[in-house]
Write a protein that binds this ligand. Sequence first.
Ligand code: SF4
Length: 389
Amino acid sequence: MTAAASDPKVYGWCPGALRPMMSGDGLVVRIRAPLGRLSPDQARAVADLSSRFGNGLLDVSARANLQMRGVAAEDHGALIAALTALGLVDRDAGAEARRNVLLAPFWTSGDDSHRIASALSAALVAASDLPLPGKFGFAVDAGPAPVLQEIAADIRIERGAEGGLSLRADGAEVALPVSADAAVKEALALARWFLDQGGAPEGRGRMQRLIARRGAPDSHGATVAKGAPPPLPGLTNEGQLVALEFGQIPAQSFAALAGFGPLRLTPWRMLLVEGARDIAALPGLILDATDPRLQVTACTGAPGCLQAHSATRDLARDLAPHLPPNTRLHVSGCAKGCAHPGPCALTLTATGPDHFDLIRNGPADARPALTSLSAAQLRAAPDLLTKAP
Ligand code: SF4
């Protein structure tokens, strides 16, 4: 089957700092902060760089990376030099791509999560003989209960049902019990098993697809713990969780947050501000756990993304107050569905300028229930989203 001209382009890799991606508004530069944490000085400096070289906004990605947009190609070298001086850039693009470790943000220094993520990051940087696909990633989720099970990752080190640690291939319903000391070695062995089993023909592939095809490794048989639901903005033992509208924050607000403490990036489009308890309203922040904007997801859309057929975020913001409780809406600029891969209760997928298809309980490229809705139609009658057909 050949791709239609309107099909979204699939790159098979994610932008990094050293390997940025060109978009409609300039380069997208993604910073993989070590252990997903920025000191206050690093955060203030990154905010300043975003204003100098980017569009003055910072995005937190679904894998807890920090993203700058709108960087001119001729400024990339100066930006990388500044980020390198801050300790936020790997030695080369290969190391940056391999060090794809998502750490659950509720860690304390020296606990299992912190120790394993530190050792795993170092081991992946050193593993230059491990040709993993560009999107292949690891999750370290060793707190009292797993919190990252809904977040994309190919290999998971997580708390098991019996209270010990487990290593799990994504998509598998059984795991391998591991000690904290052996977790990194076993995780790398599982990555090599993935390659040996033909998980990445032509350099592309994900663990879930391999497991669906051939099942979990024979040595895996331990019960998997049930994960906790995603957190909401509010206080945690480690500090205050603040949500970002569409995962984006003005650089000035980012710098102001750094005044409260170090910032931990999370995969829920939130920041955990270490030690903070009383952060007040700042532009771009959502502090109230009942704010309807927490029910909507929207990608960059037009004009920022070259593949977008329509703008997305204003429409998502306007529809948010009309959603039934606990119902999520995803507004996608094209069928690729970057902001919410996988099914969503309601998805509006742009198919042309100001033309949206409505998909219920499916991903952005699923068969629509209604087609060719305009933004004005949806704003005038938001119950179109939920009423039959
Ligand atoms: S889903 Fe959105 S961000 Fe992703 S390619 Fe399509 S328009 Fe661009």
